[in-house]
Design a protein around this ligand. Structure first.
Ligand code: DOR
Length: 452
C-alpha cells in the first residue's frame, strides 16, 4: 500500500474501553492503521474530524424493514437510509414480513430484494417455527444469519411453536452454532387475557398492558434460559422491557448459559405516563411500555452488563395506523433505527454513561454475540471501516419529518438531543452526512455464509 484511500484525522477515537486522540487510516474498505495524531502516512482523501468523536458504527440486531408485504410502512431503501442517517452500519432484519421468512426460498428472495436497495450492511433472520424445523440448515445455507423465535405471538404468520418444537429447534441450532433471538412472552397468558379484555368491551391502552403482564415475559425468559441450558443453545432475549426479568437473566448467566439480552430506547426512556402526551392508542408496542419503575433497573442492568446491548425493535407504522379508536386496531411499535444513537448520545451528554460505555453496548457486544467480531464492532487494523463521526456539541430535537422511514410515527417527537452523528461510513464509503442519508443503494452487503 503506497497510499491509503482515506485518513480520518484530528478526532478522538472511542472504543468499548477507551478514548484517545488518533487518526484512522482506511484502505479498500477496511481499517489499515490507527495512527498517532500527526503521524505521517499518505492518503488519497482526508476527512477532518477535529472536535469530533470517532466511533464504530452501531449494530442494531432488531429491525423490521417490512418488505416483502408491507412496503407502505418501510422499504429496504428507506429503512437502511434511516439506519445510515442514525449512525447504524449493520442491521439484522426480522422475519415477520408477508410472506414470512420461513423457507430457504423466502430467505433467498428477501436477500435478493434487499441487496440492490441496502445502504448499510445487513443480516436476515429466518423464522424459527414448527414448520421450519426440518429446514433450518437449508435456511442457513440460503443466507439466514440467525433465527427468530416468537414465544409470544398472536399473529398466525409467526406462530409460537409448541414447547417440544422449541426444544428440538434449540437443540438443532445449538449444533449449528447459531444464536436464536427470542421474543420472550408467554402466548397462552397473552391470548387468555386478550379474550378477557375483549369480552369486557375494553379498548384502551391499559387493556393492552393487562394482556401483556410482567409475569408473561418473566416466565418466557426463564423457560428460554432453561431450554438453552438444557440444549447448549445460544439465545438472545429481544427487547427486554421488564425489571423482573433482570435477576433471572443474571442467574442464567451465572450458571454459564450462553444468553445475551437487549433493551431499547423506548424501555429506557418511556413509561405509561407518556401515554398522556400521545394520541390514545399510540403507545401500543409488544412487549408494552410498562408503568414507571422499570426504566431505572433496566439502565442499571445495561450498565452492569446483565443486559448486553441496545437494539431498537424498529417497527415503523404510518401515523394513521397508530392512532385508532380501539387499541386492538392500533399497530404496535415505532420506528427507532434513526433515533437510537441520538437519544443515547443525549444520555451520554446528561452524564448517564460514558462514550465507551455506549460503544460497548451499541456495537462491540452485538458483534461478539452474533459472530461478526472482529470484522465489526471494533476500530482496529483489519476491521471493516464502519465508522460514525459524532459531534457531541451539536444539539437538536427528534422531528418526525427528519426521519427517512415511511412509517415515521415516532414516540420521541420533540425529545431534546445533544450529541449527533454527523457522518456515517460503511466499509469506508460515506453513506450519510449531517443527519441525512446519501444515495448509496446497493452498497450494503448481506452478511451471509462468510460470517458463520
Ligand atoms: O410492537 C411490536 N411490533 N412488537 C413486535 O414484536 C413486532 C413489531 C412489528 O412488527 O410491528
Amino acid at each position: 500500500m503506497t497510499s491509503a484511500d482515506l485518513r480520518i484525522g484530528g478526532g478522538t477515537i472511542v472504543t468499548h474501553e477507551a478514548m484517545f486522540p488518533g487518526d484512522v487510516l482506511v484502505h479498500e474498505g477496511r481499517i489499515a492503521a490507527i495512527l498517532q495524531p500527526g503521524e505521517a502516512a499518505p492518503a488519497q482523501q482526508v476527512i477532518d474530524a477535529t472536535g469530533l468523536h470517532v466511533l464504530p458504527g452501531a449494530i442494531d440486531v432488531h429491525v423490521h424493514f417490512r418488505e416483502p408485504g408491507f412496503g407502505h410502512k418501510e422499504t429496504w431503501a428507506t429503512g437502511t437510509k434511516a439506519a445510515a442517517a442514525g449512525g447504524v452500519t449493520t442491521v439484522f432484519e426480522m422475519p415477520n414480513t408477508d410472506p414470512a421468512t420461513a423457507t430457504p426460498e423466502a430467505v433467498a428472495a428477501k436477500i435478493a430484494h434487499a441487496r440492490p436497495q441496502a445502504h448499510v450492511d445487513f443480516g436476515v433472520y429466518g423464522l424459527f417455527a414448527e414448520s421450519t424445523l426440518p429446514m433450518l440448515e437449508e435456511m442457513r445455507a440460503a443466507g439466514a444469519i440467525a433465527f427468530k423465535l416468537f414465544l409470544g405471538s398472536d399473529n398466525p404468520r409467526i406462530p409460537c411453536p409448541n414447547d417440544g418444537a422449541v426444544l428440538d429447534g434449540l437443540e438443532a441450532l445449538a449444533a449449528m452454532g447459531l444464536r436464536t433471538t427470542i421474543h420472550a412472552e408467554n402466548t397462552p397468558i397473552l391470548k387468555w387475557r386478550e379474550a378477557q379484555m375483549k369480552a369486557a368491551g375494553r379498548h384502551d391502552l391499559a387493556a393492552h398492558n393487562f394482556m401483556h403482564p410482567d409475569i408473561a415475559t418473566v416466565e418466557a425468559v426463564c423457560r428460554a434460559a432453561l431450554f438453552a441450558e438444557w440444549t447448549g443453545a445460544k439465545i438472545h432475549i429481544a427487547h427486554e422491557s421488564c425489571h423482573h426479568s433482570i435477576p433471572w437473566i443474571a442467574h442464567a448467566k451465572a450458571r454459564g448459559v450462553d444468553i445475551t439480552a437487549e433493551t431499547c430506547p423506548q424501555y429506557l426512556l418511556l413509561s405509561t405516563e407518556d401515554a398522556a402526551r400521545l394520541p390514545g392508542t399510540f403507545l401500543r408496542v409488544k412487549p408494552p411500555i410498562r408503568e414507571p419503575g422499570h426504566a431505572e433497573p433496566l439502565w442499571r442492568a445495561l450498565l452492569d452488563g446483565t443486559i448486553d446491548m441496545i437494539s431498537t425493535d424498529h417497527a415503523p407504522h404510518l401515523p394513521s395506523e397508530k392512532s385508532r379508536d380501539s387499541i386492538w386496531d392500533a399497530a404496535p411499535g415505532f420506528p427507532g433505527v434513526q433515533t437510537s444513537m441520538p437519544l443515547m448520545l443525549a444520555q451520554v451528554s446528561a452524564g448517564r454513561m460514558t462514550l465507551p460505555d455506549y460503544v460497548r453496548r451499541s456495537s462491540f457486544n452485538a458483534a461478539r454475540a452474533f459472530g461478526l467480531f472482529p470484522r465489526k464492532g471494533l476500530l482496529t487494523p483489519g476491521s471493516d471501516a464502519d465508522i460514525v463521526l459524532v459531534d457531541m456539541a451539536k444539539v437538536g430535537e427528534v422531528r418526525r419529518e427528519a426521519l427517512h422511514s415511511r412509517g415515521n410515527a415516532t414516540a420521541f417527537e420533540g425529545f431534546p438531543l445533544k450529541g449527533l452523528p454527523v457522518r456515517t461510513l460503511v466499509r469506508g464509503r460515506t453513506v450519510a452526512l449531517d443527519g441525512r442519508a446519501l444515495e448509496a443503494a446497493g452498497w450494503g452487503r448481506n452478511l451471509d455464509g462468510e460470517w458463520h
